[in-house]
Every structure is written in structure tokens, then in C-alpha cells.
Design a protein around this ligand. Structure first.
Ligand code: GAP
Length: 442
């Protein structure tokens, strides 16, 4: 087994602490004591997460002929959630302790006593995970709407609009990135499970009969995407769901799992949703949502292959997998070895001194590099300390401007991973960095 003996890169505590210290992720509403399991992305975190979403979008929409994008609303007609089965079925069984009043998921408890105080538990009750709110100023039942618990339904209800406006032929897919909300009973493990999160979902419409082959295609494609962006394949594995684990709509489901600090856990799910959703929305809305195959003259409901990833969970995975600690003289060097495409900042400009005319040259270099990549400029403390600061946030290259640069019009480029340094003429700096980074700038 290729995964045998492999360990998580680090503990969640270390990542939470680094994320706060360096501005990746902060506790939400922290000055008020925080809001349980809600997080905010700081200056570096928003760049990191945007890079993850951009890399996904590029790969699954822009580099394929058979995919288009969509950005549907978070609020949808309440009947969407009746048709999808979420009003009835999107529930977890809950029990309450009659003594200490704590609440637990019934399926997380063994025995019939409270795991905290040994008190008596209530009978399990169903708890719907959808957040409810009201549309309009009067809180009447008719105006109840839900915050979407998945982005998928926005794609299904727009199936005909997309088909008619793009004239796509199956197999084709629709991708969407957006917020989803679930009133999770057991959120936790940092941004792994939260109540507000972002999904990156694909609904890929296929002819029934071709679904099994295309399902396998998407499992491989999605697995390879993580590896192409630097995730260690030994910390990834595919787990097929048992029959009794399958969601009400699924014929088959495979999870891509990552070895998080708390153990192997779902990073992304790929499901064969059959024709469940289009059929249900047809029946419920009265609008015929089947597909007319022009070559064969057949009408049918396409099957749907759904690779569904979490943008926050993927970002956490990239953050964790990049984390390395290595001995450096008497200290420990902490390095985030992000793939260049994922790294929040691509290049840092470090002038050796704060004296003129060095500063003017360094700032000119920074503005030249800033036209191509997100850059940082750091002139505080020793050069060694500054390299460490960039290592810790995963900046792939540092460009150092020293007094010799004024004479020879050359700079030093220092590699984050090997720590090797090369001297490069300023005139060639962008070309050399472009070759090394091999990544889009913005
Ligand atoms: N449309 C199918 C669907 O929503 P899911 O397995 O419930 O399937 C898909 O969710 C992905 O969304 C998960 O693999 C995970 O990455 C992310 N996700 C789900 N619930 C989440 C939560 N509470 N917090 C963070 N990410 C979540």
C-alpha cells in the first residue's frame, strides 16, 4: 500500500497558530469572543483561496471544451429544496441530555447514556441542516427561504437555460463556485467543517449507459488535479462508499480523502447522481427538462456525474501539505512549500539596506515585478530573518538588491526550497522568474 506509514505533515494547532500569526485565517468576530466554527480569511488567506479557486476554474472550465460556468444565487425558490429532497431528507438524528442539556448526533454515540455526564438521553429527533430565513419584511411562513446547502441545485434548475443558450451537446458539464450553508451539529477541525463554506461543484451531464466510464474519468481527473498542484499523492486516497452510506440520489460515490491531522477525511466527493435531480425538477415544476438527442432522435433524462469539492477544505489541505519543518543550524526553518500557482505571493523584493540609492532601485524592481506577479517588499531586520519570513508564508522566490546591484545592474534570486542563490541581470529577471515560476501571475 502506497499510503502505509505516511503521517500528517503537522498538527492542526500549529497550522491554526501560523494561519493567525501570518494572516491566512482568523477567528470570526474575534473581538467578541468569536463565533463558533466561523473563520475569516486574512490578507494571505484570501490570496491562497483565490488561487485554489482560480486553478480549479481554469482546469475544469477554461481548459475544456465540454464545460461552462455558472454563478447562481444563494437564495432559491423554496420548492427547489422540496424537489431535491433536502426539506425531507437533509437531516441528522439528534439526542439531548436531560441532565447537562448537551446535544449530540445520535449516530455518533454508543450506548444510551450521555457521553459527558452519563445522564439520560431523549429519543432521537430529526434536525434539518438547512438555514432558514425570510424573504421580505413580514415573517410569514409563505416567505420562508433557505440558504442553499449545496451549489448543485442552481445548476440543475438552470439546465435548460444553459442548454438553450450555449447549444452544448452531451456529454457536457457546468461548474460553479459559491457559498453554501449547513447548520452542522458537529462543526470543527478548523476550516474542515464549518457552517458557512464554499463549494466548487461540477454537474456533468451524460447519456445513461456512459455514466460508469465517465464517473471513472472524473475520479482520476480530480485526484490528479491535487497532485498536479503539489499535494503528496501518499496523503491522498480514494474510498468508495458502501451501499448504506450512499446519499438518497446516488448510484455510486467515491471520496478523495486526504490525511488531515485528525486522520483520513473527505476532501472531495464524486457521485453518480443518476437522473434523479432533472427528473424530480421536471415533475415538480411541470417544465420538461429532458434532453433531445438530435442524432438518434431519442429523448431522455441525462445522468449526472458530480465532482463536488470544498474550496475551504481544499485550501486547508494545500496549507497543511505545504507545511515543512527542517533543522537550520540551532533553529527550525518553517517552510510552506506551496506549488507556485497556489502560493499567495510569488516574489519578494528585499533591499539589503534602507539607504539610497539602493531603495530607489529596489522599488523600481518591485514595481517592474508587480506588473507580472503579486509581490511583497520587505526591508525590516536582517536578510536572514526576512528570508525566513518569506519561507513561512511560502513565497517561492526572493529577489535581493545589494550594493553591487547598483554597479552591475544584477540581482540575486533565492529559491525557497533549495535556498540556492543565482545572480541574474535585471534585464533578464522577469524572463528567469517566469521560467522558474511557470505560473500565471494574477
Ligand atoms: N452536492 C453534493 C454535496 O454537497 P457533500 O459531500 O455534502 O456533497 C461536497 O459536499 C464537498 O463540500 C465536501 O467534500 C467538502 O469538501 C465540502 N463540504 C461539505 N460540507 C462542508 C462543511 N460543513 N464545511 C466545509 N466544507 C464542506
Amino acid at each position: 500500500m502506497k499510503n502505509e506509514g505516511i503521517q500528517p505533515t503537522t498538527t492542526m494547532e500549529k497550522i491554526v497558530s501560523l494561519a493567525k500569526r501570518r494572516g491566512f485565517i482568523f477567528a470570526n468576530s474575534e473581538i467578541y469572543g468569536g463565533l463558533n466554527s466561523c473563520w475569516d480569511y486574512g490578507p494571505l488567506g484570501v490570496e491562497l483561496k483565490n488561487n485554489v479557486k482560480r486553478a480549479w476554474w481554469k482546469r475544469v472550465v477554461q481548459q475544456r471544451d465540454d464545460m461552462v460556468g455558472l454563478d447562481a444565487g444563494i437564495l432559491m425558490h423554496p420548492r427547489v429544496w422540496e424537489a431535491s429532497g433536502h426539506v425531507e431528507g437533509f437531516t441528522d438524528p439528534l439526542v439531548d441530555c436531560k441532565s447537562c442539556r448537551q446535544r449530540f448526533r445520535a449516530d455518533h454515540i454508543t450506548g444510551d447514556k450521555c457521553p459527558e455526564c452519563g445522564g439520560e438521553l431523549t429519543e432521537p429527533r430529526k434536525f434539518n441542516l438547512m438555514f432558514r430565513t425570510h424573504l421580505g419584511p413580514v415573517e410569514e411562513e409563505a416567505a420562508v427561504v433557505y440558504l442553499r446547502p449545496e451549489t448543485a441545485q442552481g445548476i440543475f434548475v438552470n439546465f435548460l437555460n444553459i442548454l438553450n443558450s450555449t447549444r452544448k451537446k452531451i456529454p457536457f458539464g457546468v461548474a460553479q463556485i459559491g457559498k453554501a450553508f449547513r447548520n452542522e451539529i458537529t462543526p470543527g477541525n478548523f476550516t474542515f467543517r464549518t457552517r458557512e463554506f464554499e463549494q466548487m461543484e461540477i454537474e456533468y451531464f451524460v447519456q445513461p449507459g456512459t455514466d460508469e466510464e465517465l464517473f471513472e474519468h472524473w475520479v482520476k481527473e480530480r485526484f490528479n488535479w491535487y497532485i498536479s498542484l503539489g499535494i503528496n499523492p501518499e496523503r491522498l486516497r480514494i474510498r468508495e462508499h458502501d451501499q448504506d452510506e450512499l446519499a438518497h440520489y446516488a448510484k455510486k460515490c467515491c471520496d478523495i480523502e486526504y490525511l488531515f491531522p485528525m486522520g483520513w477525511s473527505e476532501l472531495e466527493g464524486i457521485a453518480n447522481r443518476t437522473d434523479f435531480d432533472l427528473r424530480r425538477h421536471s415533475e415538480s415544476s411541470g417544465v420538461q427538462m429532458d434532453y433531445f438527442h438530435q442524432e438518434t432522435g431519442e429523448r431522455f433524462f441525462p445522468y449526472v456525474i458530480e465532482p463536488s469539492a470544498g474550496a475551504d477544505r481544499a485550501t486547508l489541505c494545500f496549507l497543511l501539505d505545504a507545511y515543512h519543518e527542517e533543522p537550520d543550524k540551532d533553529e527550525i526553518r518553517v517552510v510552506l512549500r506551496f506549488h507556485p500557482e497556489i502560493a499567495p505571493i510569488k516574489v519578494a523584493v528585499l533591499p539589503l539596506s534602507r539607504k539610497e540609492p539602493l531603495v530607489a532601485m529596489a522599488q523600481e524592481i518591485r514595481s517592474e515585478l508587480g506588473r507580472h506577479w503579486l509581490t511583497a517588499y520587505d526591508d525590516a531586520k536582517s536578510i536572514g530573518r526576512r528570508y525566513r519570513r518569506q519561507d513561512e508564508i511560502g513565497t517561492p522566490y526572493c529577489v535581493t538588491v545589494d550594493f553591487e546591484s547598483l554597479e552591475d545592474q544584477a540581482v540575486t534570486i533565492r529559491d525557497r526550497d533549495s535556498m540556492e542563490q543565482i545572480r541574474v541581470p535585471v534585464a533578464e529577471m522577469v524572463t528567469v522568474l517566469r521560467e522558474k515560476l511557470g505560473a500565471p501571475g494574477f
